[in-house]
Design a protein around this ligand. Structure first.
Ligand SMILES: CCCCCCCCCC/C=C\CC(=O)SCCNC(=O)CCNC(=O)[C@H](O)C(C)(C)COP(=O)(O)OP(=O)(O)OC[C@H]1O[C@@H](n2cnc3c(N)ncnc32)[C@H](O)[C@@H]1OP(=O)(O)O
Length: 289
């Protein structure tokens, strides 16, 4: 696999136009699981999740994602695309190992990092798009629905499958899902823990477009971001905020309560048992392959 490096704090306005190389990626020693590149010509940033084998979202990956999101906004990038370095998994969602038999302080930091990353992405002032080039269960779906636009490759799955693991998708997971699919579809799917195939997701509006390759997916995201080229960025950001402020304020005001509810739920012996069985099943399946 290519080693992807990360750019930090590169002001887009300070990047000269270059004809040969059109992306800039600098390394920072702290970035382990993400690549962050800014296209010199378009000003669009791409955040690539790179934590093999399945990009499961642990504390470190979530923290890196948040830093990249902040950088994209601070550096006035024209938009942000999130994708994966894997050919088959966008992200497998939250790292179950962070929640199974967890250490007290770490699991608190983990959930707090998830809240922060989500608020940064959902509330981002710049246009955001997900190029979903693989499976996107649970936390993967959360990231996709926090973006303004989603394009997906065929024959993968996406959805909030928490109930199948014996856990509950918090309200803010559900509210972002509700932005993109009708309430009746959402209630049925989330209570069932349904994972939609790409075709089903497209049918219900969970994804906006379906294309065959990652390159086409990135191009679609770029087109979406370019569709704002004649729109005042400040007016756009304030307008977007009007649509999203309620969920953001709700979580901001209830962060501690949300954390305590999360801890209370995952620390229940029955939930730990269900998670253990689920993880065991994943490991058995993985060994058979
Ligand atoms: C009232 C309000 C209350 C609120 C309370 C809050 C409660 C908590 C809410 C938590 C919310 C979020 C939930 C999540 O995001 S949980 C994660 C859900 N994810 C999944 O179910 C996906 C599981 N994975 C898969 O289905 C598959 O891995 C895949 C993504 C389809 C990819 O398949 P694959 O064949 O390519 O890879 P596979 O062989 O299965 O896996 C390779 C190794 O990776 C391990 N693994 C997979 N997923 C995870 C994961 N999410 N976390 C940790 N580890 C994972 C897998 O076990 C294999 O490991 P190994 O190689 O055997 O060691």
């Amino acid at each position: 696999m290519n080693i992807i490096r990360t750019v930090r704090s590169v002001a887009f306005s300070s990047i000269p136009n270059r004809t040969l190389s059109t992306t800039r990626s600098l390394s920072t020693p702290s970035a382990q699981y993400t690549a962050f590149e800014v296209n010199d010509k378009t000003g669009i940033a791409t955040l690539t999740l790179n934590r093999p084998p399945v990009n499961s979202l642990n504390l470190e990956l979530l923290t890196e994602m948040r830093n990249c999101l902040k950088d994209a906004e601070t550096n006035k990038c024209k938009g942000l695309i999130i994708t994966s370095s894997s050919n088959s998994v966008f992200t497998a969602g939250l790292d179950l190992l962070e929640m199974y038999q967890p250490q007290d302080e770490r699991v608190k930091s983990f959930w707090t990092a998830l809240q922060s990353m989500w608020m940064e992405l959902y509330g981002s002032k710049i246009p955001t798009a997900a190029a979903i080039n693989g499976h996107a269960p649970a936390g993967g779906c959360l990231i996709a629905t926090a973006c303004e636009y989603r394009v997906m490759l065929p024959n993968f799955t996406i959805g909030l499958n928490e109930t199948l693991i014996g856990i509950v998708a918090p309200k803010w997971f559900v509210s972002a899902f509700l932005n993109v699919v009708p309430r009746r579809v959402a209630e049925q799917a989330i209570t069932q823990g349904k994972l939609f195939t790409t075709a089903e997701a497209h049918h219900v509006g969970l994804v906006d477009d379906v294309v065959n390759t990652k390159e086409e997916a990135i191009a679609k995201c770029e087109q979406f971001i370019a569709s704002f080229k004649n729109v005042n960025p400040y007016a756009r950001a304030l307008t977007k905020q009007q649509f999203r402020i309620k969920e953001l304020q709700e979580l901001e005001q209830q962060r501690e309560k949300d954390l305590q509810i999360f801890l209370g739920l995952i620390m229940q012996p029955s939930v730990q048992k269900a998670m253990g069985i689920y993880l065991e099943g994943l490991k058995k399946k993985s060994k058979k392959q």
